[in-house]
Design a protein around this ligand. Sequence first.
Ligand SMILES: [Mg+2]
Length: 145
Amino acid sequence: MKIFFDCDYTILGLDDTLRPGTLEIFQRLKDDSHEVFLWSGMGERWEVVEKHKLEKFLSGVYAKPTNHFHEKLAELKVPFEPDFVIDDYPEIVAAFGGVWVPPYFFKRASDQEMERVYRIVSDFAASGTSPDKQYRAKGTVLPLF
Ligand SMILES: [Mg+2]
């Protein structure tokens, strides 16, 4: 699958640290024959790729639409639709399908979210769904409140 990770508060904290387990999940997903992409509503985050030495894990770095998600892919030069997205912003996860993660702000050794993301990706790859409540099917309608 083409798996797109958001940058800020998904893999990157306010303090510029990587969420625990990020490098490990990137490597495991690659080993499982997935392609891993990084995208951000702030544009192509090459400075993050460079600082945290992510290049060897990534198949592409893109700008992320922040609304009209499907319609804006072409405008932002994203060459294909993501198969699965990981994001702290629920709307984009509901649009493409994937995992909503609680925002990551500061380095905390106890943060286990990437382990959970890997389990959900594996569930989805095997069966097309996941029982985890942080999984969102593509096209999920969010409650209006
Ligand atoms: Mg974010």
